[in-house]
Write a protein that binds this ligand. Structure first.
Ligand SMILES: C[S@@+](CC[C@H](N)C(=O)[O-])C[C@H]1O[C@@H](n2cnc3c(N)ncnc32)[C@H](O)[C@@H]1O
Length: 228
């Protein structure tokens, strides 16, 4: 009998640790735990993700270019830029003439980004900081992006509000909404499509549009009103 209880205890503990550290990546342990885990794994992050250049161009860069086509040199903020995925793929485009600021709380993730973005000089800037508060004035950027990260912030709502604050009136917001069964284990933090779109609308966003993207993520596009 005791052996059965002990085995069950180990199974429960293993499942709890898997959920706390792997599925939810430390978010229930606080921001420092999340960032510490990214610092630990930064050197292998790109190897694990294996981003496909064609897929990035088709599903991330092309939509951004489309939404920003009327701006000759867009100024973009990528929140939780990690190893610089979005700046890297964007700045490689010969038709993109803008500048990108990548912000992240993990120094090790940023040092991977810095190595990749070295050749882009003043067109790529990296800032170590947290998603809330963003260290930028109101109404600064033509677009603010945040890929695969919102669910790991202490408050996704506070982060969204601050992203909207630093957007110029009429500016574009591109964020991702976690989807799939794992997303539903982010207890107290999960939003379905309707809830997420409503959240952005309540924050004043217009033209909120969700597009299915990956198994785990939707892309959500929205505009800050021009009159804001
Ligand atoms: C899954 S990675 C995504 C990186 C990048 N956006 C991408 O798509 O490859 C999540 C990133 O969020 C960063 N992060 C987590 N919590 C943060 C916070 N509170 N403020 C800023 N960055 C944070 C981590 O350091 C990590 O680089």
């Amino acid at each position: 009998m005791w052996i059965f209880i002990i085995i069950l205890g180990f199974i429960f503990l293993g499942a709890l640790l898997y959920w706390l550290l792997i599925i939810t990546e430390g978010v229930y342990l606080g921001r420092r735990a999340v960032v510490w885990m990214y610092d630990l794994t930064a050197h292998k992050y790109d190897g694990i993700k294996e981003y496909d250049a064609d897929a990035e161009e088709l599903f991330v860069i092309r939509p951004l270019r489309y939404y920003l086509h009327h701006i000759p040199a867009p100024y973009i903020l990528d929140v939780a830029t990690g190893t610089g995925r979005l700046p890297w793929f964007l700045l490689q485009q010969p038709t993109f003439h803008g500048r990108v600021v990548g912000l992240d709380a993990s120094a090790k993730m940023l040092s991977q980004a810095a190595a990749k973005l070295d050749g882009f000089h003043a067109r790529a800037a990296l800032v170590q900081g947290t998603a809330v508060p963003l260290p930028f004035p109101d109404n600064t950027f033509h677009a603010v992006t945040c890929l695969e990260s919102l669910e790991f912030f202490p408050s996704d709502e506070a982060a969204l509000r601050d992203m909207i604050r630093v957007l110029q009136p009429g500016g574009l917001l591109l964020v991702t909404r976690r989807r799939g069964w794992e997303a539903k284990t982010f207890f107290g933090r999960y939003h379905d499509t309707t809830q997420f779109e409503q959240l952005l609308q309540e924050m004043g966003c217009e033209q909120v549009e969700t597009k299915a993207w990956q198994v785990d993520y939707d892309q959500v596009f929205a505009r800050k009103p021009s009159t804001a």
